[in-house]
Design a protein around this ligand. Structure first.
Ligand code: BDP
Length: 335
């Protein structure tokens, strides 16, 4: 083979190699290629065994399967890519392509999600899912205004208080410093219960409980267990004050780059992963409650929830006008 031909052949091979492993995004500018290759990241706050992470992984697996390996999504659990608020900011910029976050911090970026932080608006999981699968879907689409696109909801059960000192009644909460999500309405809810709201990222709760910066926090049993909070907060009162759904989302920067075909695959895979997350959720949440009881946590059922609902009613009243259309649709979903 002569030298010239060899050089041409070598150059051709180099071009082929470059096209095959061109980093995150191998499509040329402006081209919404059906066949573009991508390697995306998904930020998850929970550890690998948590139902949310299992849902994320199912989603990633379906996308890879349905694109024959053309789109790869790596799930980064345990807050490896940062806490929720900072992850959302990075998703807005397109620096992180996907995340699963709680609606509460999301509300600071898109106000309508604040409706999910209002207390006792859903009677149970069925009521919530009826809304999420109906009008709740429009809220996912409206995230585009905030440089994101909601793909699907995941379950997060109901949030209840866990404390170092026993809380048997509403009055026992008075004066306690309670960690809340970084959300305005959640803070007002705590104040309405005469406790003192201390917002902080989830990853700081364990040491804040240990050092006495806070007297308690509130969450579902799954989070209380996976974050080891049950080792310090030995009292759990099942008041179920909020049902704050999780949201799986994609950066609008990323979304806009995708071909219509890829958009369809991604949306459908996200919706299909909900079945996995919800099935895992039910098992995991029940198991977590059993485990924390076995670990010596006193679990108190609330026999009469009315005084709790009455105490936080001013919070709903304050926001009723702002969330009128969402609240009406939530009421409708009860029928
Ligand atoms: C859990 C959510 C998680 C939140 C956490 C919190 O799954 O996304 O970060 O609550 O309280 O239930 O911050």
């Amino acid at each position: 083979m002569n030298k010239k031909l060899l050089t041409v052949l070598l150059m051709f091979m180099l071009v082929l190699i470059a096209a095959g492993c061109g980093g995150n995004d191998t499509q040329t500018a402006g081209q919404k290629a059906e066949g573009a290759k991508y390697n995306f990241r998904l930020a998850e706050q929970h550890p690998p065994e948590h139902p949310c992470t299992l849902g994320d992984k199912k989603f990633a697996e379906l996308v890879t399967q349905r694109t024959n390996g053309r789109i790869k999504i790596d799930v980064f659990p345990s807050s490896q890519l940062g806490e929720e608020k900072s992850v959302i900011e990075q998703v807005q910029l397109g620096a992180i392509e996907f995340t699963r976050v709680s609606s509460a911090p999301l509300a600071e970026f898109n106000k309508s999600f604040g409706v999910y932080t209002l207390p006792y608006i859903f009677d149970n999981a069925d009521h919530m899912w009826k809304y999420l699968n109906g009008d709740g879907q429009t809220m996912l689409d409206n995230l585009e205004k905030s440089k994101m696109k909601g793909l699907a909801y995941y379950d997060a059960g109901a949030r209840s208080f866990y404390t170092k000192k026993p809380v048997k009644t509403l009055a026992d909460l008075a004066g306690m410093k309670i960690r809340v999500q970084q959300s305005k309405i959640s803070m007002e809810l705590i104040s309405a219960l005469n406790a003192s709201a201390t917002p902080m990222p989830s990853g700081e709760i364990f040491s804040a409980l240990q050092t006495g910066v806070i007297d308690g926090a509130e969450n579902n049993a799954a989070t209380m267990m996976v974050q080891n909070h049950f080792q310090i907060a030995k009292n759990y009162i099942l008041d179920g004050h909020q049902r704050v759904p999780e949201v799986l989302l994609i950066s609008k920067v990323t979304w806009d780059k995708l071909s219509d075909e890829d958009k369809k695959i991604i949306k459908q895979a996200a919706m299909d992963s909900v079945t996995t997350q919800r099935a895992e959720w039910d098992k995991f949440e029940n198991g977590a409650l059993t485990k924390i009881k076995a670990a010596g946590v006193t679990v108190t059922e609330v026999t009469d929830i009315k005084p709790w609902q009455a105490a936080v009613k001013p919070v709903i009243d304050k926001y009723r006008a702002e969330y009128q259309s969402e609240l009406e649709a939530i009421d409708q979903a009860r029928k």
